[in-house]
Design a protein around this ligand. Sequence first.
Ligand SMILES: [Zn+2]
Length: 346
Amino acid sequence: MYVTLSKKYTAFIIFVLVLFFLWACFYAAGGVVSVSENSAEQKDFIKWVDFNIPERALTRAYKADVEAHENGKESNWIEVLAYCAAKNGGGENSFPDKDIDYAVSQLEGGVSAEELSQNLKYYDYYYEAYSAVLSGLVGEYEIQVYDENESSHKKWVKKYGLKGFHPIAKNYWYTESDDFGNSRSYGYKRKHLGHDMMGSIGTPIIAVESGVVDTMGWNMYGGWRIGIRSFDGKRYYYYAHLRKDSPYPMELKEGCVVSAGDVIGYMGMTGYSTQENVNNMNVCHLHFGLQLIFDESQKEGNGEIWIDVYELTKFLSKNRSETYKNESTGERERVYAIDDPAVQEE
Ligand SMILES: [Zn+2]
């Protein structure tokens, strides 16, 4: 009796175990299938970028690019910087002069970027990441200059080089420090995802790159702010805390196309208020931010990539847009118009 029962009991236990095992296998297989389905759905795009290139390295690679171009050679500054990052890990010490100069000499000598980077696993990542940051800043363009022979006349000249501008107009003072990632507490505890430049109320704010005005108006953190998207969609430039009462040039609207170097706003101290048009910042300054967007899902929310633009802004200080006061409108306007091919392609 007992023997029979225990045999039946054992058989029952084994049956249950087998059922459990089969269920577990099925579940695991199902799990594997659903994981692979998820990863198949996930598009392959860059999720994070640390932008650590020092101004010295940006300038050295940039100058070599322009010089090569003038001599009918090729030395793409983004390829050079991606080579250094892929070779040395991408930190701020990854860009020694000797590596920049080596990559420049190879590219100028006719070696292709593919050949130069063939043993560097992360080259493609750095090239794509740095292209997203830098590709709108250097290229061919036409700009007005004053005619040496007839000083009141402006003429157009063709150039190759830096066509991106510093966000503060020429002849206006500003002070700055490397403040990316500092903590901020208004609203909620968070990191400072941009770069502040202190200056005077009304200082003209300049479009760094040509693009489309994506966002204007009040934001409880940024106050009067303006967001400009590059034509390739990869960069969102954010300029905040603009002047109370008259933050923007009057004719500027969402959807307008602006050229690099245009006046897009005036420095102020608005923000940190749910009520519109309030000066709640302690110090007059521009908050300048740069967001990278590889996939539209990264535009807003947890996937946002804001990079440290302190070194980039120092690099851009080589090129500042000069402005004058238009007496009929009272607005400040740029002195030298630019013809950026990126705008014509739109
Ligand atoms: Zn700020």
